[in-house]
Ligand binder design. Structure first.
Ligand SMILES: C[S@@+](CC[C@H](N)C(=O)[O-])C[C@H]1O[C@@H](n2cnc3c(N)ncnc32)[C@H](O)[C@@H]1O
Length: 252
């Protein structure tokens, strides 16, 4: 798991180029939920800083953390100098400061389950907010998605990193389920932000080639799989990039 969790750095530039960013609407939702000024934030698994920059743009003093030095090197090119950057896994971050907000974008599922909620709570002031968000990137056309998945799962049999991602719409998903069960958090909320960008087939394939399960495959296998998928695609594809956002407040 660790090897796979740290596979993104090898493709940091492609990650930055092909993965979608996060909308201002998401930050609005987090800040409205907070209901009081958010001055400081700690980000877990910041990667190339796609979420860092939208929170920093609101004047929040963000400390961006990630264990992968290659991702952080890319991040430094895209975030303002006011962002503090710290290399480290969530599990080893110092618990010396409490923040108004702790957030994780498409990264919290990579952290070790044992003690993770105690650590988040220790990073937050009483009433501070935890936000976790991310989403699948599927083709919006269900028949085309089915055909692509058929090829994908022929090469990548075990791709179950994100718990619960197939839960029916509206049902509480992970990590909301764990937050609800924890006495360290209250007011757990789940919401969805709709995103349907249109990409070229090359952009879609570029994004697919940044997925950790793909990065585990041998080079020749990767090439064969991408070729098979490319043959299925029209030149432009609509992507279902809906974001699921979980919010909770530290009881303190
Ligand atoms: C899919 S990327 C998401 C990057 C970025 N947050 C975004 O939304 O674009 C997952 C990130 O989690 C980081 N990561 C992996 N294991 C981690 C851990 N134990 N603690 C914190 N971050 C971790 C990886 O290095 C990678 O940058």
């Amino acid at each position: 798991m660790t090897e796979r969790a740290l596979s993104f750095g090898a493709v940091a530039a492609a990650y930055e180029r092909f993965r979608p960013g996060y909308p201002d609407e998401l930050v609005d939702e987090v800040l409205t939920y907070a209901g009081q000024p958010v001055l400081t934030a700690l980000e877990v698994g910041a990667g190339t800083g796609k979420a860092t920059r939208v929170f920093a743009a609101r004047g929040i003093a963000v400390t961006a953390t990630d264990p992968d030095p290659a991702m952080l090197a890319e991040l430094r090119r895209h975030v303002p100098e006011t962002v503090e950057v710290l290399e480290g896994r969530f599990e080893e971050l110092p618990l010396t400061r409490s923040h108004d907000l702790v957030f994780a974008a498409a990264s919290f599922h990579w952290t070790r389950p044992e003690g993770r909620w105690e650590r988040v709570a220790a990073m937050l002031r009483t009433g501070g907010v935890f936000a976790s968000f991310g989403g699948q990137h599927k083709l919006a056309d269900p028949e085309l998605e089915r055909l692509v998945e058929e090829v994908w799962f022929r090469y990548v049999p075990d791709d179950d990193v994100l718990p619960d991602h197939d839960a029916p719409d509206g049902r509480m998903r992970w990590p909301g389920t764990e937050l609800e069960a924890s006495e360290l958090f209250r007011d757990v909320q789940q919401s969805a932000i709709r995103r349907r960008p249109v990409s070229t087939d090359a952009e879609y394939l570029g994004q697919l080639a940044t997925v950790s399960a793909y990065l585990q495959l041998a080079a020749d296998v990767r090439e064969r799989m991408l070729r098979e998928i490319r043959d299925l695609l029209p030149t432009r594809v609509e992507i279902d990039s809906d974001i699921t956002l979980h919010l909770a407040r530290a009881t303190g």
